[in-house]
Ligand binder design. Structure first.
Ligand SMILES: [Zn+2]
Length: 217
């Protein structure tokens, strides 16, 4: 990454100050992610914490001055290169958690629905066994069992249907949250239900006016 800084309008970052040279300095980042400020033969010099430098490694807490009194805002300078790779990397777990949660909602509800629908039939089976043992000579138990045998499956189907009716609402909430979180870090456009890896392969925001870069060069 190289960001050219100076007064001339064709720099990556334009520093409009009378003591800043037309092509004053460069901000670079090496493969390890270290930032360097480098003077490009400016008239009035480049300073880090008051010391004049030719090339110096800098951190966000350092104060970089161009010429007599133009203080460089490093985070603003970095944005001029549209480097959003760190913010974009943070979207990977957002996508993965969305898919994981979506599958969890669907499968857990399917399980609960089937359980609720099949439990009554298990109850009937147990009742049948009980009647065969004690119900033969007891009319009360026999009639009671008959009523339960009719009502239990109906209740089971009702509960099962109610459980499966929760799915759309849960998925809708999940999808709404995803649309808020899975957006371009620069322009805020929802990235769609597109896997993070596919977006990473495109290397930049699909909105042509945005120009955010997602993968460091
Ligand atoms: Zn964008």
């Amino acid at each position: 990454m190289v960001i050219r800084i100076g007064k001339a309008t064709d720099n990556d970052f334009v520093a409009n100050d009378s003591h800043v040279s037309r092509y004053h300095a460069r901000l670079t980042r090496d493969e390890k992610g270290n930032l360097f400020i480098e003077d490009t033969e400016s008239t009035n010099g480049t300073f880090v914490n008051g010391d004049r430098v030719i090339k110096k490694k800098i951190t966000p807490s350092d104060i970089v001055t161009l010429g007599n009194n133009y203080t460089l805002n490093i985070s603003e300078v970095l944005k001029s290169d549209n480097d959003y790779s760190e913010e974009f990397a943070a979207l990977k777990p957002v996508y993965e958690n969305y898919i994981k949660e979506k599958i969890r909602i669907q499968s857990s509800n399917q399980f609960k629905t089937r359980l609720l629908q099949s439990l009554p039939f298990a109850v009937i089976g147990i009742l049948g066994l009980m009647i065969s043992v004690i119900g033969k000579h007891n009319q009360g138990v026999f009639i009671g069992s008959l009523i339960i045998a009719v009502c239990a499956p109906t209740l089971g189907i009702y509960l099962g249907a109610r459980q499966s009716a929760k799915i759309p609402a849960l998925l809708q909430n999940l999808s709404n949250q995803f649309k808020i979180n899975y957006v371009c870090p620069k322009c805020g456009t929802f990235l769609g239900e597109i896997p993070w890896e596919s977006l990473a392969n495109k290397k930049k925001c699909s909105l042509s006016t945005c120009r955010a870069k997602w993968v460091k060069k």
